[in-house]
Structure formats: C-alpha cells, structure tokens
Design a protein around this ligand. Structure first.
Ligand code: ADP
Ligand code: MG
Ligand code: MG
Length: 354
C-alpha cells in the first residue's frame, strides 16, 4: 500500500523561504509510486492551509504556497482542522515530515502537537527538539556526556538588568576576548554577534536580548568548523565529516542561506583520530539529547586537533544542497534514499513507543 506523507512546511520563522525550497525539493525526490503526498502549509502569519494531494513533484514555490492549499486557519479552530486531515481520505496520514526551522518548528512545539494527534513524524521528538533549541540546556547536557566545549557564561534578562557590572566582571574573569553573544533559543545565527571589547559586548547583549530572555556568552575560538550527520533511532549511524569554510567574518544567516558564500568540503580532511573523536562525540550528543531520526552535530576543530562540540541541530537544513543531505550522499545514501530511511525511522519510532 502507498504510504501517505504529510509535508508540513513554511512557518512563522525567519526561515520560511528555506522551508519552501526544501518542501519543493522533497516533492521532487519522493517516489510518487510509493507515496501519496499531502501538503500542509503554514503561512508567514501562522495560518495553516491544507493542500490537495499532489499528483506530481512541485516546480514552483508558488504552487506550494497558493495553488494547492485552501485557506483553513488553525489557531482558532484546531479541532476543525486537525480531524480534517482524516477527511483528506478515510484514513489518517502515515507520516508527517516537518520541514520547519526555528521556534515553533524544530523546538518541540510542533512535535508536541503531532504527539497529541498520535501522528508519526520524521525526526526528533519533543525532548530532543526542545533541548536542542536551547543552547544553555544543550551545553549542560553536553557537559554531562563528557563532551568538550568552549567556556561560556549564561544569564537571563532580569539578572543582566539587575546587576550588569557583576556579569561584566564574571565574563571578563572567566572568558577571553573575543566573545560570541547568542540568544539561547534561536538558530541560523539570528541575533548572534561577536564582541571584542566591553562596549561591543553590551551592544551585543542588548541585541541578543531583543530575541530572547536567555543569553549565552561564549569564548571565541579560532578553529575549523566541521559537521557530522547522524541518522537512526536506537542504533544510529554517523556520516563522513564535512567542513564549512565561511568566506565572511563568521558563519552568519546571510552567508548560510542567501549568498552561497561558503565552501563545503566533503569529506573534510582530518586525521583518523580526529574523525573517530568526531564520530564518538556526535553519537554521545545524539544519545544525551535522546535524539531520533536525524541530527547534524557541529564541531570546532582547533589547530592542535582538539575537538569541541558547538551545537546539534535537530532539524538541519534539508535542501539537496544542504550539508546534512550532502554528508549522507558522500556516505552512500542519496537524497531520495535518505527521505525513505527517515520515513521508515519515523514509523519505527512511533511503533516502538506504543
Ligand atoms: P546557530 O544555532 O545560529 O547556527 P551557532 O552557535 O552555530 O549558532 O553560531 C553561528 C556561527 O557563529 C558558527 O557557525 C560559527 O561560525 C560562529 N561561532 C559561534 N560561536 C563561536 C565561538 N564560540 N567561536 C568562534 N565562532 C563561533
Ligand atoms: Mg543551530
Ligand atoms: Mg550553527
């Protein structure tokens, strides 16, 4: 029997457009002889629109936005929308593929909604998604797993406002310049800045506080950036490593998604020992966050071959030109096979949970 796949894309986050490109690419990679594909589009305003079953891969993003979807808003009428996915046909969908990034996409909230609906979905569950979205919680879990990281300090808005000089003192004592200032709960480098002195630090904190009440200040490191793909549930596998070479000061949103201003080197040229450490650390990160399906684990590798984990991304960029699919391509799993495997893993996880 054909599997019924719901593609959930768009969303209110800054990565709306990336999500649309990903959804288009996924329709082009899915085998329509094996799958019935149903679009579910979340507009930039947060309105949910369900689509008619796709009869062919999608060429233009507009088709995904307008032509195929009806105006059916969710927030006010969850109860009328959600059972209606069953009206699409007699049966429910077999798997939802959330192709959303950022808050309300990969932070566990949508995953929670899908849990409540008892719908199998691709990728990480509620716990891994939300722990992976909060850089402070993630770092604390990495420490428990024994993973090396850059030194950091964190605080919430109120703590900073109440006693800024205490925090400035603590930061200067514990960390060395330059620093990276980050909102705890975003991705794609949004709200992140580099600070080389106290004045820049205060400015950077003010900016980051616009995005989040929780802030992480990290010691800057001069290192290569190497990323690993992990795929699986209880017995995950690791991809070859890939290196990101930003052609800008640091790897920001513009460089990541707009300019194509980065080079990807796959496989990354590293020693056998470094590759083994990267694999071991990627697995430990996957385990300690209780991940499932997929994760991209991002590392810093210093001149002396020291490996430090930077973060994991629980719904990594997933266009055919994104690091995660390319890492698997070089490991022997092409884009279509990767999607097939993720669908199988989603069903496996759902079955084993019950
Ligand atoms: P995001 O979740 O937004 O991708 P990251 O923590 O990965 O946030 O930071 C974005 C980019 O900023 C990294 O890919 C890296 O280029 C740079 N960066 C972040 N933290 C540091 C650091 N401590 N030292 C040096 N560069 C950093
Ligand atoms: Mg991230
Ligand atoms: Mg990152």
């Amino acid at each position: 029997m054909k599997k019924r796949i719901g593609l959930l894309y768009g969303g209110k986050s800054a990565e709306h457009e990336v999500s649309l490109s990903t959804a288009r690419a996924v329709t082009q990679a899915l085998n329509f002889n094996e799958y019935d594909v149903f679009p579910i589009y979340i507009t930039q305003e947060g309105e949910w629109r369900k689509g008619n079953q796709l009869v062919a891969p999608i060429d233009t993003i507009e088709q995904l936005q307008f032509e195929n979807t009806t105006n059916q808003s969710l927030p006010n009428n969850i109860s009328s929308f959600l059972p209606s996915h069953q009206e699409i046909d007699e049966e429910s969908l077999d798997v939802i593929f959330p192709l959303l990034h950022g808050p309300n996409g990969e932070d566990g909230t949508v995953q929670g909604l899908l849990e409540v609906l008892n719908l199998p979905y691709i990728g990480n569950g509620v716990l891994a998604s939300s722990a992976g979205m909060d850089k402070v919680v993630m770092k604390q879990l990495f420490t428990i797993a024994g993973l090396k990281q850059v030194p950091y300090v964190h605080f919430i808005r109120r703590e900073w406002r109440n006693d800024q000089s205490f925090w400035l003192g603590k930061i200067e004592k514990e960390l060395a310049w330059p620093l990276f200032v980050k909102p705890a709960n975003l991705g794609s480098s949004v709200g992140i800045s580099k600070a080389s002195n106290q004045e820049e630090l205060i400015e950077a904190v003010d900016l980051a506080l616009k995005y989040d009440r929780k802030i992480v200040i990290e010691q800057g490191i001069n290192a290569r950036e190497i990323e690993m793909g992990v795929l699986g549930n209880d017995t995950p596998k690791c991809s070859v490593p890939g290196e990101i070479k930003p052609l800008k000061a640091f790897y920001d949103y513009q460089a990541k998604y707009k300019d194509g201003n980065t080079a990807m080197i796959i496989p990354a040229v590293v020693s056998k020992e470094v590759e083994a450490t990267l694999q071991d650390n990627a697995m430990k990160a996957f385990k300690v966050l209780d991940c499932s399906g997929l994760v991209r684990a991002d590392f810093f590798v210093t001149e002396n071959d020291e490996v430090l984990i930077n973060e994991v991304n629980t719904l990594p960029g997933f266009t055919p030109f994104s690091m995660f699919p390319l890492l698997w391509q070089h490991t022997g799993v092409n884009y279509s096979e990767l999607i097939d495997q993720l669908i199988e893993l989603a069903i496996e996880r759902h079955t084993e949970k019950q």
